[in-house]
Design a protein around this ligand. Structure first.
Ligand code: S6P
Ligand code: ZN
Length: 194
């Protein structure tokens, strides 16, 4: 952590981030209950506890005025029909936004509000995505061969609420069907609505 100006370089050819002070790795085992097809998750986990995604971050005090930022990398793959993805979260401080910039790969950002409004935006290289305050967000890698790499920035005091999403998931799922991504309703959420 530094209170002096600094730079860092993100090299995409041989993925390398020239400076960071926290490297988070989430493996299949940390995603238990997140994918719709729980038996596919179990079978895959028994084979190997693969890395689903990684986040390289710069630590700063978690206070208003600071910006937390870094690079997130979602590896390619599926659990059953569902693409590898992040857990997804609301910000604990709901009224805080986040900016993403896609550096590489192809994916989708699945988003929703506590009131049940939802949105999905495609992520492609050089595209910026603004996640407004109140919108939960999950990155999904819709390529089966390439990493999805994004740079993100959000305010220091945002915090994370994972619990709401852990319970039922997002309203929409992105599945790999007939060779392409399709958006479907999450049956676990439908049970709740019905
Ligand atoms: C944090 C920001 C990203 C995610 C990262 C991993 O507010 O949205 O840094 O933390 O993409 O996702 P998740 O859902 O495991 O935190
Ligand atoms: Zn966030």
């Amino acid at each position: 952590m530094s209170n002096k100006p600094y730079t860092y370089d993100v090299s995409l050819t041989e993925l390398n981030i020239s400076h960071y002070d926290h490297h988070l790795i989430r493996r299949l085992s940390a995603m238990e209950g997140q994918f719709l097809d729980q038996s596919a998750h179990e079978v895959l986990s028994d084979e190997e506890d693969q890395i689903i995604y990684e986040v390289y971050q710069h630590r700063h005090p978690e206070v208003p005025g600071e910006l937390l930022h870094g690079v997130s990398i979602i590896h390619p793959g599926v659990v059953g029909e569902e693409y590898f993805m992040t857990k997804g979260h609301f910000h604990a401080e709901l009224d805080t936004a986040e900016l993403y910039y896609c550096l590489q790969g192809e994916g989708m950002m699945v988003m929703e509000t506590p009131e049940g409004e939802w949105a999905i935006e495609r992520l492609i290289p050089n595209r910026a995505l603004y996640v407004p305050p109140r919108w939960a967000h999950r990155s999904v890698n819709t390529s089966l061969t390439e990493d999805l790499i994004t740079l993100f920035v959000y305010t220091g005091h945002a915090g994370h609420d994972y619990r709401t999403i852990e319970q039922l998931g997002f309203r929409k799922l992105v599945l790999h069907r007939e060779g392409k991504p399709v958006i479907v309703d999450n049956p676990r959420q439908l049970q709740l609505d019905g």
